[in-house]
Design a protein around this ligand. Structure first.
Ligand SMILES: [Zn+2]
Length: 298
């Protein structure tokens, strides 16, 4: 595929430092103790958001809301907020240039923060061939697909107690990147749908791991027409990972998994030209770039 700007724009990512997470180091005291006593963190008092992450299309932010926040919204939609004031938000691949966070605090003044979402240079390949939707456009496919989409919808509607959204993510599989998130082909001027995940090469039967703690909300009992053996993990706060084309899954719906736990084995079930892991991440309906969740592979 033609290499466009792709990762080039990653160099310009804004990394926002965690602002008010000060560890208050207690002064040395004349006290003999074999085990250091953990000092409780000082209560945070702030009238601003503290944000960490990548404020770009397909990116995400973890943050702390201003002190006293009772409810939080992103561009008018409520956002879950934890008792400690932490929260997670993210920005779709095609997100507009800005969003607004609004924290309502009862008697305290409302805090508003405009988030500028940097555009990305997606990998676009122009193809001199007519656009042809994928095959299987028959009645049998339509019937099976409707049932599969209903299962996926029901899985995504679940909310769980998973807290993996708080963790730095780990690679589910180490391997060459065979397809980037967001890449798109344009057929004689007509855009096809873009690639919604990251393709990682792996031999058939290679185990892959949970990138963060999660709860299994879907583990296909039989291969789906397109996704094959599909696994969806909920990471909490609206964040989820999907893994496609597995040869076999190692977990069942409702199961809790830990980061690094083997959850399945690489395969080529469903619509896949060879064995690989397609890893997709969503926050609510927003499709996100998995490369923005992990550190570069060594
Ligand atoms: Zn893929």
């Amino acid at each position: 595929m033609a290499r466009a700007t792709g990762l080039g724009s990653l160099a310009g990512l804004t990394m926002l430092a965690m602002g008010s997470c000060n560890l208050n180091m207690a002064p040395a005291v004349a006290q003999v103790s074999a085990v250091p006593v953990a000092k409780p963190a000082l209560a945070r008092q702030t009238n601003d958001f503290s944000l960490f992450g990548q404020q770009v299309q397909g990116g995400w932010l973890r943050g702390f809301a201003p002190t006293g926040t009772l409810s939080l919204a992103l561009s008018g939609r409520p956002v879950e907020i934890e008792p400690d004031g932490s929260f997670f938000v993210a920005f779709d691949r095609d997100s507009g240039p800005s969003s607004e966070l609004v924290a309502r605090r009862g008697d305290l003044p409302t805090v508003r923060k405009v988030l500028v979402i940097a555009p990305r240079g997606w990998q676009i390949e122009h193809v001199n061939a007519p656009y042809r939707p994928s095959g299987m456009a028959d009645a049998e496919f339509a019937r099976r697909r409707a049932a599969e989409l209903a299962q996926i919808g029901a899985a995504r509607a679940q909310s769980t107690d998973a807290a993996g959204w708080r963790q730095p993510f780990a690679w589910p599989l180490r391997g060459a990147i065979r397809g980037r998130f967001g890449a798109q082909r344009v057929y004689q001027g007509k855009p096809g749908s873009y690639h919604g995940g990251l393709d990682i090469a792996g031999a058939e039967g290679t185990p892959f791991m949970a990138p963060a703690d999660g709860v299994v909300v879907l583990a296909a009992a039989t291969p789906f027409t397109l996704e094959g053996n599909l696994l969806i993990l909920d990471h909490g706060s609206g964040l989820s990972s999907a893994f496609l084309h597995a040869s076999r899954l190692g977990v069942r719906p409702g199961g809790h998994v830990r980061q690094g736990q083997v959850i399945g084995w690489v395969g080529r079930t469903g619509r896949a030209t060879g064995p690989h892991l397609h890893w997709a991440i969503k926050w609510r309906e927003a499709k996100l770039d998995p490369l923005l969740f992990v550190s570069p592979q060594p």
